[in-house]
Every structure is written in structure tokens, then in C-alpha cells.
Design a protein. Structure first.
Length: 135
């Protein structure tokens, strides 16, 4: 397991409330749409990052992390594992405090690089499942 319970709690409660969600669009059938809604209910600002740069859940979207004109605390990644490592590298370059790879998104080399760069990271977990457990 990449990202123990303490790291999960730290990211969800201490890392900050601005979350970039990579892969978030207005496609309500996609998991990212529902997860973003849960994060918002728990007080997180959700910033969509998707090639379409759509406004989702009332938040302006951006085509890439680099285009976001304000600091992002956590980058939540909803892309295929083979693309996720590059997103983690972009998140570190953008100054994110943490990177979260969703269920099924695994790249151990990216995990090691991200942690070595000083950012917290969780892989193969879902914040919408974890955040209600914090109680």
C-alpha cells in the first residue's frame, strides 16, 4: 500500500483545501465527477484539469496544471497509470504539497520521485471513500 493511514489523514486535513483534479470533465458517468462533488461537500475547492478546460461544479477548468494561475495544494489524478507519472512530475513542479493517485492508478517510480521531492503521496485509493472515514 502506497500511502498509509497517517499520510491519507495528513493530505485530507493538513495539506490544504485547493485540489486540482486531473481528468475532471462534465462527464457525469466518470468517477472523477462524483469524487469532485464529494470533495466539495467536505470543503475542498476543486479545480478541473482536462484538455476540454470545462467549468465543472462551478469551478473554471484548465487544460493543464501549468495553466492554473494560483497555488494548488493537492493534485488528484484520474488518468491511466501510464500517463500518471508525468502528471505527478508536473504536480511537484507546480509546488503541490501532495499527489493522490486514484483507485487503479499505480506508478511506483512516480511515487518514489514524488516522495523524494518532498511531497506526500497516496496511490490506488479514493479520497471520496477516505474523507468520510476521518470522523
Amino acid at each position: 500500500m502506497y500511502g498509509d493511514a497517517a499520510t491519507v489523514r495528513k493530505i485530507l486535513t493538513e495539506s490544504g483545501d485547493t485540489w486540482a483534479v486531473v481528468g475532471l470533465s462534465n462527464n457525469q458517468a466518470r468517477a472523477a465527477y462524483g469524487v469532485a462533488a464529494v470533495l466539495q461537500r467536505f470543503g475542498k475547492r476543486v479545480v478541473p484539469v482536462h484538455p476540454k478546460a470545462e467549468t465543472v461544479h462551478g469551478e473554471q477548468g484548465y487544460k493543464s496544471l501549468a495553466e492554473i494561475p494560483f497555488p494548488v495544494d493537492v493534485v488528484d489524478v484520474f488518468v491511466n497509470s501510464d500517463l500518471a507519472g508525468a502528471v505527478a512530475d508536473e504536480a511537484v513542479a507546480a509546488g503541490a504539497k501532495a499527489v493522490w493517485f486514484q483507485l487503479g492508478v499505480i506508478d511506483t517510480a512516480a511515487y518514489e520521485r514524488t516522495r523524494a521531492a518532498g511531497a506526500d503521496m497516496v496511490m490506488d485509493r479514493c479520497p471520496a471513500i477516505e474523507i468520510p472515514r476521518l470522523g
